[in-house]
Design a protein around this ligand. Structure first.
Ligand SMILES: Cc1ncc(C[n+]2csc(CCOP(=O)(O)OP(=O)(O)O)c2C)c(N)n1
Ligand SMILES: [Mg+2]
Length: 555
């Protein structure tokens, strides 16, 4: 059957089961949007307000559903606007397929209107990128993009499609998508590590984002519980092991819990699962885990030993590796002293503070809630205190730390999970970066709930200035120039403002069951700090806990 290039792109998306795409039209993709208009494909296109929002939405969709997110944009500025979103997905290993329109082939290389070399620009932030050069190649290239994005260690793939190819016709073959299976892992690598694991007296599991990507959270939980090993998690590993379980040590690294950082430092064995030992996790590299033998398991061989010396590198799919560990080690360990569960804060009174605020939000919306954050103090507080017991519930930009990520991500997450409530927990500074996407929320009546943790500051940077620059608050202080309630209302969205826990409870009661979007502006002190914090360059046991002055604050 002869089809236009544009129709073939949509045929392929349909074939691989895409139900939602996020994008923004323009000259170079008019044929694609034209095909979208009348194909009768069940694919739903969501038009965001900015291409960055579209990529973040595709990303939030992918992180929460496990399926590749799809993004469609025009050439030139449309393409360059995707770059931050692509880099965000790349550093967190999120499967995306980004289709960019390109100027027609005769115009390429002439500084034509809206021409940029987007494959060159994204070469280092994609798992794969290519420009299609013949109409006959469209079908296999689009299918291959999905295979590459989703297989092995996932990541974003960019396909650049010149406009003239969208208009040409060729035979649509109806090829099938074949996603390569995870490579069978070499059991002998793991077997070498088993005696050390069996003999370890103070073993700790370090669970990273790879556990989420491998859908291996259940296997991890079963193994850790049966064998009695405590589990620390990286930011990206949040929720892979239930945070409420007594064996959960919590977050590790710069804002890690005292329990997690101490346990790792004192461990004689660390079993690292899908974790890349980023600088935010290890602190001073020469002081990290000095007593421990390290077993590192990752599907990506390039991660093994990259950032820290690994005694036992194991390349493999975590699900399969954990199954073998469970078989080999069974319930073999003597039960170890269980770490005490971390105390919940007393329910809050008076002015809003982070931990009780997060606990109140959790109580109101329940365990099934998905939370997307921005970047800053509110992000770390959410990781520490929301209490995630499942994977794919905490959606955050870990690797790139992209302020402006959260709202788009929340939109994509809510569209991909209509049966769940999605919350967007934002800092005031981050929210202002991409709050234009309230237009998307409003247009599609996406029923997500935004809570702005409004400390009227670029709080995280301000905290560093307070602790490490003698309180010289350069360009981070007080900014109440935007009224977020009115901003919401301008977009046709209900807005609330709360300053106390009593006001918060009343608003939570009102909005809990609302099937529509809401923005809640939560006024907070700009002086609350995230604790613990490990000063840059220090060992992860050199934590400032906030207890130093007895008031949870440093003077
Ligand atoms: C795009 C981008 N620019 C700058 C930064 C540096 N940065 C990290 S956290 C932060 C402050 C964020 O402020 P806000 O969103 O209000 O969150 P808070 O820390 O106050 O909770 C900044 C500026 C960043 N992470 N991303
Ligand atoms: Mg702030």
């Amino acid at each position: 059957m002869k089809r236009s290039g544009a129709q073939i792109v949509l045929d392929c998306l349909n074939k691989v089961g895409v139900d939602s795409i996020f994008g923004f039209p323009g000259g170079a993709v008019i044929p694609l949007y034209d095909a979208l208009y009348d194909t009768g494909h069940p694919i739903r296109h969501y038009r965001t307000c900015h291409e960055q929002g579209a990529v973040h939405a595709a990303d939030g969709y992918a992180r929460t559903t496990g399926k590749p997110g799809v993004c469609l944009v025009t050439s030139g500025p449309g393409a360059t606007n995707t770059i931050t979103g692509i880099a965000t997905a790349f550093l967190d290993s999120v499967p995306l397929v980004v289709i960019t329109g390109q100027v027609g082939r005769p115009l390429i290389g002439r500084d034509s209107f809206q021409e940029v070399d987007i494959t060159a620009m994204t070469l280092t932030i994609t798992k794969h990128c290519e420009m299609i050069r013949r109409v006959e190649d469209i079908e296999k290239t689009i299918l291959r993009a999905f295979a590459i994005a989703a297989s092995g260690r996932p990541g974003p793939v960019l396909v650049d499609l010149p406009k003239d190819l969208m208009l040409q016709e060729t035979e649509y073959l109806g090829l099938d998508l074949t996603v390569p299976e995870a490579p069978v892992f070499d059991r002998s690598q793991l077997e070498q590590a088993l005696p050390t694991l069996r003999e370890a007296r103070r073993p700790v599991i370090l669970a990273g984002g790879g556990v989420v990507l491998a859908n291996a959270s259940e296997e991890l939980t079963e193994f850790a519980m049966a064998y009695g090993i405590p589990v620390a998690n990286t930011l990206m590993g949040t929720g892979t092991f239930p945070q409420s379980h007594p064996l959960a040590l919590g977050l590790v690294g710069m804002h890690g819990s005292q329990e997690a950082n101490r346990a790792l430092s004192e461990a004689d064995l660390v079993l690292a699962l899908g974790a890349r030992f980023s600088d935010r996790v290890i602190g001073a590299p020469d002081q990290f885990c000095r007593q421990a033998q390290i077993i590192q398991v990752d599907i990506d061989v390039n991660e093994l030993g990259k950032n820290t010396d690994t005694h036992f590198p194991v390349q493999g799919d975590l699900k399969a590796v954990l199954q073998v560990l469970r078989e080999e080690l069974g319930n073999g360990r003597q039960p170890m002293a269980e770490p005490a569960p971390r105390p919940m804060s007393a329910s809050g009174e008076g002015e809003l503070t982070a931990q009780p605020l997060l606990e109140a939000i959790h109580r109101a919306f329940g365990d099934e809630t998905i939370v997307a954050t921005e970047v800053g103090q509110h992000q770390m507080w959410t990781a520490q205190h929301f209490g995630f017991d499942r994977p794919r519930r905490f959606i955050t930009s870990g690797g790139l730390g992209t302020m402006g990520f959260g709202l788009g991500a929340a939109i994509g997450a809510q569209i991909g999970n209509s049966d769940r409530q999605v919350l967007h927990i934002a800092g005031d500074g981050s929210f202002k970066m991409n709050c234009n996407e309230l237009g998307t929320v409003s247009k599609y009546r996406v029923p997500l709930k935004t809570f702005v943790f409004n400390n009227q500051a670029l709080g995280m940077v301000r905290q560093w200035q307070r602790l490490f620059c003698d309180g010289r608050f350069s360009e981070t202080d007080g900014d109440d120039s935007v009224d977020f309630v009115k901003l919401a209302q301008a977009y046709g969205i209900r807005g609330y403002r709360v300053a106390t826990f009593a006001e918060l409870e009343a608003v939570l009661n009102e909005i809990r069951a609302l099937e529509e979007p809401v923005v809640v502006d939560c006024l907070m002190s700009r002086d609350e700090n995230v604790y613990p914090i490990v000063p840059p360059g220090k060992a992860i046991t050199d934590m400032i806990t906030g207890q130093e002055t007895g008031k949870g604050e440093l003077a």
